[in-house]
Design a protein around this ligand. Structure first.
Ligand code: MG
Length: 245
């Protein structure tokens, strides 16, 4: 972990004045806990891709106002099992979803590089936003339960804002909350298109956290890539803060 003096380089340049962070699979190891929770509900995690697709569809409907948050999970679970050929009544869908939620919450954990990075960021004095595509208030519960809330000056949840990344609106709202222009804010997230490219297209500095390691092909222009949050301080100090100085 890079710590120490570069902190003040950020302040002197004036180029980077705020940080925005995705939550799931950037800070929280969401996929591992979610796969385990799904396996507890269906007996295995083979249907993970199906579950993700149905979840994305239902979150889109939630954002469009077609579904209410309170009922979305139940409807999603019924749709998921219907796709597997099993029709559930509402009570059984609720029972299975509640069990999945219990296992999910038991599995919440942070990646080991998260707290050192957040401590470093906080030491810079830069305001920090969390910008999540989660669908509802459970995300705030998770953020608080994992001790993350204290690091953020604002928390944006797509299901509350009514817009999800890569929609510029949610980035814009985060920067407005922080009182910093989009152009002077770095957003870091694990999804190349929703996070890094979305942020870049909104006018921010987009950083893709690719925990899977190097990939084939050419990276989109204007995107920085890191494979761990331990690389973020050096990136901010050595590249981003000088690139526009
Ligand atoms: Mg994510």
């Amino acid at each position: 972990m890079t710590t120490a003096s570069p902190t003040f380089t950020l302040k002197r340049t004036g180029e980077i004045r705020a940080i925005s962070l995705d939550v799931d699979d950037t800070l929280v190891d969401y996929s591992t806990s979610s796969r385990a929770a799904l396996a507890s509900m269906v007996g295995n995690a083979d249907a993970w891709t199906l579950w993700q697709r149905i979840t994305d569809d239902h979150c889109t409907r939630l954002l469009a106002g077609e579904l209410q948050y309170e009922t979305m999970r139940n409807i999603r679970t019924r749709a998921f099992f219907a796709a597997l050929g099993e029709d559930l009544d509402q009570a059984e869908a609720t029972r299975r979803e509640m069990r999945r939620q219990e296992v999910l919450a038991d599995g919440w954990s942070l990646f080991p590089d998260v707290v050192p990075c957040l401590e470093w960021l906080r030491a810079t004095g830069l305001p920090i936003a969390a910008v999540s595509n989660a669908s509802g208030r459970h995300q705030r519960v998770k953020i608080a339960a994992l001790g993350l809330a204290e690091y953020f000056d604002t928390v944006l949840i797509a299901g509350e804002v009514g817009a999800a990344k890569p929609d510029r609106m949610i980035f814009d709202t985060a920067c407005s909350d922080l009182g910093v222009p989009l152009t002077e804010t770095v957003h870091v997230g694990d999804r190349l298109h929703a996070d890094a490219i979305g942020a870049r297209d909104a006018g921010m500095r987009g950083v893709w956290l690719n925990r899977q390691g190097p990939r084939e092909g050419t990276m989109p222009a204007g995107i920085s890539t890191i494979s761990t949050l331990a690389e973020l301080p050096e990136l901010l100090v050595c590249e981003l803060s000088t690139a526009h100085a």
